[in-house]
Design a protein around this ligand. Structure first.
Ligand code: NAD
Ligand code: ZN
Length: 367
């Protein structure tokens, strides 16, 4: 069928809206009519070819939509079902089988490879050239796409489908790092470094966990002001203040739980220097391969500290995303406050506004 898709044709260049041919859904695939898609930093870094997904390519990995057709062997959904799309995994490796699919040994191939595992691509352009598909199992910057069944999360028809796409990546990443990995108990203290879409999702999860002290750290005052409206009890602009010293002062010795969403090596060291005895710190911010941080392991040894490196909130999307929607429905996870809508035709503006910081989480809406 003919679809309209935003195609990355050249490295570091704006996406181009094109008519493409989409093939039929194959074994284990679901054709989804896209309703909306979030835009994430990972789309921008693949557009810029930090990761080598072959171009031309249809990116997009925070889709939400309605099942249009199912390929052979699909059992979990049927046409008309409302779905959120998340990352793709194999389902058969040790990580997948032990309930940690975001550490799937085939993650890179399935999410960044740009094709099915047999090498075929779902899209063809007007010149008959194949266009990379199956980005995160979904390539959601297209009016219709053939999606891997393991990327599909069925959701209630009562939920606001237009807003749900970012639950599949950025929001699940921040919220999952807090709810699935750090698990702050009621009354505990939490610090979030970096108050972008991922950090603020973590902050909302800390609020939902009834943490008593929730400290937001950033270098942009407007972001810190916004963090306060979402429930931060304290804010620190680390450009003007010594963040570890201030965190130790606020918490009376060191914080219980910490999340670094910046991927900055100096912030990572600040995080470890802010921890209390038996604290638990997590890194989710992406840094270039080869980035090294300097920490005092002599002193840290005494602290009993736990450090986790977390991908996609260590979540099982089919279990975790419905939980986030329940929290949202109960008024305990107002992630909609992070979202700004754009028409699909204005997708390059959505990328630009995310990169300049004007918009926390852009979502493009298909007609
Ligand atoms: P963002 O750019 O919206 O937010 C980052 C925030 O960090 C900004 O508010 C910025 O002002 C702040 N910041 C930058 N440098 C700082 C410093 N030195 N000190 C304090 N604050 C600083 O990005 P986002 O969408 O929230 O994503 C955050 C990170 O998470 C990105 O690196 C993204 O690639 C990564 N990510 C990781 C996963 C995963 O599975 N681990 C998934 C999705 C995204
Ligand atoms: Zn993402």
């Amino acid at each position: 069928m003919q679809v309209s898709a935003a195609v990355v044709t050249h490295k570091e260049q704006p996406l181009v809206l094109k008519r493409l041919e989409l093939d039929e859904p194959r074994q284990g695939e679901v054709r989804v009519r896209m309703v909306a898609s979030g835009v994430c930093h990972t789309d921008a870094i693949v557009r810029d070819q930090w990761y080598p997904t072959p171009l031309p390519a249809v990116l997009g990995h925070e889709g939400s939509g309605i099942v249009d057709a199912v390929g052979p062997g699909v059992t979990s959904v049927e046409p008309g079902d409302h779905v959120v799309l998340s990352f793709a995994t194999c389902g058969t490796c040790k990580s997948c089988l032990s309930g940690h699919p975001s550490y799937c040994v085939n993650f890179f191939e399935l999410d960044f490879g740009g094709s099915r595992t047999d090498g075929s691509k779902a899209f063809t352009d007007e010149d008959g050239q194949p266009v990379s598909s199956h980005f995160f199992g979904q390539s959601s910057f297209s009016t219709y796409s053939n999606v891997a069944e393991r990327s599909i999360v069925k959701v209630s028809k009562d939920a606001p489908l237009e807003l749900l796409g970012p639950l599949g990546c950025g929001i699940q990443t921040g919220a999952g790092a807090v709810l699935n990995v750090l698990k702050p108990e009621a009354g505990s203290s939490v610090v979030i470094f970096g108050t972008g879409a991922v950090g603020l999702s973590g902050l909302l999860a800390a609020v939902a966990s009834s943490a008593s002290i929730i400290i937001a750290v950033d270098i942009v005052d407007s972001r810190l002001e916004f963090a306060k409206t979402l429930g931060a009890t304290h804010t620190i602009n680390s450009k003007n203040e010594d963040a570890p010293a201030r965190i130790k002062e606020i918490t009376g010795g060191g914080v219980d739980y910490a999340l670094d969403t910046t991927g900055n090596k100096f912030v990572f060291a600040q995080m470890l220097n802010s921890m209390g005895i038996l604290g638990h710190a997590a890194l989710v911010g992406a840094a270039a391969l080869g980035t090294e941080a300097s920490v005092d392991i002599g002193t840290l040894l005494m602290s009993g500290l736990t450090l986790s490196m977390v991908i996609e909130g260590d979540s099982v999307p089919q279990a975790f995303i419905p939980k986030l929607i329940s929290l949202y429905n109960d008024g305990k996870f107002p992630f909609d406050k992070l979202i700004k809508r754009y028409d699909f035709a204005n997708i390059n503006q959505a990328f630009a506004d995310s990169e300049s910081g004007i918009t926390l989480k852009p979502v493009v809406i298909f007609e």
